[in-house]
Each structure stands twice: as structure tokens, then as C-alpha cells.
Design a protein around this ligand. Structure first.
Ligand code: ZN
Length: 213
């Protein structure tokens, strides 16, 4: 006998599947045919920032990778495999890094250090903080400083992805590929761009010059 909570979720799933099938009898057979997403989304694990809901795209449109603080870590096999699969196999033309205000991962990075897994993971946000703290130190309010850091962190991750050999090899072979940075204001339900999109070596160089790298 399934656990009561599991039974409740299964019942909700059956109801949703039945509703979809009644509205569109071919929906699930179309879904089963192929997976051809139009973008790779690298976002935070926070349950309030689900890409399908934020972008209002049809089911199956987004290839998703989520972790605490929407980080692309070049030493993380999971991040690398997702990027490689999205670019080389699915050939998505767009990659979106999306951070958000009120992010617990950012708050953690700016308020504690240690050797627990979450500390080690969010070290990567602290590295970005070290680089850009001059833009943050005059913000006294901690929540505002964290929100600004969320935007800076997105810029840093867009830059990290653009510098990867997976992306640069795709450009070298003429594959169209743009990397975009967005942030989400939860209290307004609005997405906004935080940096110039990077779509080739020239725009990568401009971003590098702008960040002083
Ligand atoms: Zn978050």
C-alpha cells in the first residue's frame, strides 16, 4: 500500500493527466515522440522559480538543470554533462542562467563559511563576491546586498559557461548559441536581464573587459 502522501500525489497526477487528455487527446503521444527543447535553463533549486511557469512555455520546451544558487561549476561533472548534452546532442540555440531575489543559497554564501557540503558548494558564490565586492560593500541592508549579489552571481555564471570549451567549440563550428543572464523578482513575478547576452567570441571578450577579467 503506497504511503498516504504518495497516494495523494498519484491521485493529483491521474487527475491532471485525464484533464490534459480530454482537452488534447494527442498530447501525450506527441510528448513521447521526441524531446526537442528550445533552451537550456540553469536555475536555482528554489521551488518558487520553476522555468515552465516563469516563461509560460509549452511542456517539453525547456531542458533544465537546477542547483542551489544557479551555479555552473566547471569542476562539477553534473553541470558539465548537462551542458555538453544540451549543446552537442540537443543543439539548443539558447542557454539561460536565472537567479532570483530572496535566494537562500546567496544568503548562505554571504553569511556563513565552513566545510559542510552546502558551504563548499556556495564557496563559488563567495569567489564571485570577492571579485565584485566593491559594488556591494556600500549596501547596508543585508537583503538588498544579497539581491544585488544574486544578479552579480548570474553574470559570473554566464561568463563561466561562455568560457567553457563546450560552448567555444560549438561557436568554432558555426553552431548558433547564445548565453543569457536573467534574474527573477519573486515579489513582482517579473524576470529581468542582468547582462549582455553572449553569443560569440567577440561578445565574450566584451564581457571579459567589462568585468576586468
Ligand atoms: Zn535560490
Amino acid at each position: 500500500m503506497p504511503h498516504p502522501q504518495l497516494q495523494a500525489w498519484l491521485a493529483q497526477n491521474r487527475k491532471l493527466a485525464d484533464q490534459r487528455q480530454r482537452r488534447d487527446p494527442d498530447f501525450f503521444s506527441r510528448q513521447a515522440e521526441a524531446h526537442a527543447p528550445e533552451l537550456l535553463w540553469i536555475g536555482c533549486s528554489d521551488g518558487r522559480v520553476s522555468p515552465d511557469q516563469l516563461l509560460n512555455l509549452p511542456a517539453g520546451s525547456v531542458f533544465v538543470h537546477r542547483n542551489i544558487g544557479n551555479i555552473f561549476a566547471s569542476n562539477d561533472l553534473n553541470c558539465l554533462a548537462v551542458l555538453e548534452y544540451a549543446v552537442d546532442v540537443l543543439k539548443v540555440p539558447d542557454i539561460v542562467v536565472c537567479g532570483h531575489h530572496g535566494c537562500g543559497g546567496i544568503r548562505h554564501a554571504l553569511s556563513s563559511t565552513g566545510s559542510a557540503p552546502v558551504d563548499l558548494w556556495t564557496d563559488q558564490i563567495r569567489f564571485a563576491y570577492e571579485l565584485f565586492h566593491q559594488y556591494l560593500d556600500d549596501i547596508n541592508d543585508f537583503s538588498h546586498r544579497c539581491d544585488r549579489m544574486s544578479e552579480i552571481n548570474v553574470r559570473a555564471q554566464v561568463y563561466n559557461i561562455s568560457r567553457s570549451s563546450i560552448v567555444r567549440d560549438a561557436w568554432k563550428h558555426g553552431q548558433p548559441l547564445a548565453i543569457h543572464g536573467l534574474c527573477y523578482r519573486i515579489e513582482e513575478g517579473r524576470l529581468f536581464a542582468v547582462c549582455e547576452s553572449i553569443c560569440d567570441e567577440a561578445s565574450l571578450q566584451r564581457q571579459a573587459n567589462a568585468s576586468g577579467s
